[in-house]
Design a protein around this ligand. Structure first.
Ligand code: HEM
Length: 414
């Protein structure tokens, strides 16, 4: 894939050469000074040339809130990632729809994360977390990403879909395929493998749909919820919409929480003073969880498409232009968040961040994600004095999902 950014000194580059869509900036974790310059010198930045075509970058906190709250001028259709979808799998999903259709489809599934359901899930999640942590090899080096982060979020997904437990790793595989395409976000997944994998995902869930239809089981799994709501009861007859929404729920619940579960270990190791604070006071776990989600920004951007010519902060955005809101930059905006580059687990307003977006598309699973991470840390802290990072972290190549493939760690018991 052609990339336009030379990874050189961001302070001396011409502004027009700063292409923050380059996925290498995230694989190599070198993105900070590029966004700092854009926020300072050109917060609504036009990128005329990139591997994903021309696009606007919105990099300041308040500007992102404004765009995200204005679906009339900045539409989520046809897609919310920087790259355009290929024609081989023209899926539709409610994250890529505007009201009123968006609202109907979101309403059909949001009961899965209603407080009553979350309270029930808390018990199951805690059991799963305990089971995972109690089987980790103490005193040996292992990859936290596989053993804990992926393992835990895969089990969560299986619960949400009531998916056959022994086949649950398929969910993670489909999630990786869906989010890792080169055209969409600069990843390195083979397009043919992606196509075949997602077709298998559709076929599997279509079979599950028909098996469950009218079986009379009272369950809050996502498939039966879609079946029960009149607005989505026939979704299976529109395969691209069915697949799109499945992928949305799989990726939404998977990559994001998985990478936050790794980020916490990394952040605490890089900031030993914060780890000490946590050891001294476990009541900081909820605010630490919000800080991990801000610090990590698991989804780095959302894209909108202008529905008309709009003047925004003195720039002329044309109808049809791509407008990319860089949450990863908004979360480091010093004018909105004090000491934004630092990881501080006892912030006065820990939920003041943009990792869950704003407006009609604000993350549906935010409380579920926070709960999973809270339980994980509550259980870690009653077992281990330290989860020590003992090797190099490896990051995912993508400008959308900010993630990890490897984090070698060693556990120390209390
Ligand atoms: C730390 C974890 C998570 C992060 C950082 C995250 C982030 C986001 C973001 C940025 C959006 C788009 C917001 C916007 O456009 O304004 C979103 C939407 C969404 N998320 Fe999450 N998410 C997380 C966990 C979850 C989980 C566990 C679920 C599972 C239920 C989930 C389901 C969704 C869905 C269904 C949407 C689409 C909402 C809509 O279009 O109305 N997310 N998420």
């Amino acid at each position: 894939m052609k990339q336009t950014t030379q990874i050189t000194d961001p302070a001396s580059m011409a502004l027009e050469d700063i292409d923050v869509s380059d996925p290498r900036l995230y694989a190599e974790d070198t993105w900070r000074p590029y966004f700092a310059r854009l926020r300072e010198e050109d917060p609504v930045h036009y990128q005329a040339e990139s591997a994903f075509g021309p696009f606007w970058s919105i990099t300041r906190f308040q500007d992102i809130v404004e765009i995200d709250s204005n679906f009339q001028d900045f539409s989520s259709e046809p897609t919310i990632v920087i790259g355009d979808l290929g024609d081989d799998l023209p899926v539709t999903q409610f994250i890529s729809m505007d009201p009123p259709k968006h609202d109907l489809q979101r309403r059909a599934v949001q009961g899965v994360v209603a407080p009553k359901n979350l309270a029930e899930m808390e018990i199951v999640i805690r059991e799963r977390v305990i089971e995972i942590l109690d089987h980790l090899p103490v005193g040996e080096t292992f990859n936290w990403v596989d053993a804990v982060s992926i393992n835990l979020t895969t089990q969560m997904l299986a619960i949400l879909f009531d998916f056959p437990f022994e086949e649950r790793t398929k969910l993670t595989y489909w999630s990786d395929l869906a989010a890792g395409s080169p055209e969409i976000a600069g990843g390195d997944i083979d397009p043919q493998e992606r196509l075949e994998g997602l077709q298998d995902c559709l076929a599997t869930f279509t079979r599950i749909w028909h098996e469950r239809k009218d079986d009379g089981v009272e369950s809050m799994d996502l498939i039966r919820m879609l079946q029960r709501d009149p607005n989505t009861a026939n979704m299976v007859d529109n395969p691209m919409e069915f697949l799109g929404n499945l992928v949305l729920l799989i990726v939404g619940g998977n990559d994001t929480t998985r990478n936050s579960a790794t980020a916490g270990v990394l952040a605490l190791n890089e900031n030993p003073g914060e780890y000490d604070k946590l050891r001294a006071n476990h009541a900081l776990i909820p605010s630490m969880v919000s800080e991990i989600i801000r610090w990590q920004t698991p989804l780095m951007h959302m894209r909108r498409t202008a529905t008309r010519d709009v003047e925004f902060k003195g720039k002329q955005i044309r109808k049809g232009d791509k407008v990319v809101m860089w949450y990863i930059s908004g979360n480091r905006d010093e004018t909105a968040i004090d000491n934004a580059d630092q990881f501080i687990i006892d912030r006065a307003k820990p939920r003041h961040h943009m990792s869950f977006g704003f407006g009609v598309h604000r993350c549906m699973g935010n409380r579920l994600a926070e709960m999973q991470l809270r339980i994980l840390w509550e259980e870690i802290m009653t077992r281990f004095s330290k989860v020590e990072v003992v090797g190099d972290v490896q990051r995912v190549q993508s400008n959308f999902v900010r993630g990890y493939t490897d984090l070698p760690v060693r556990l120390h018991l209390l």
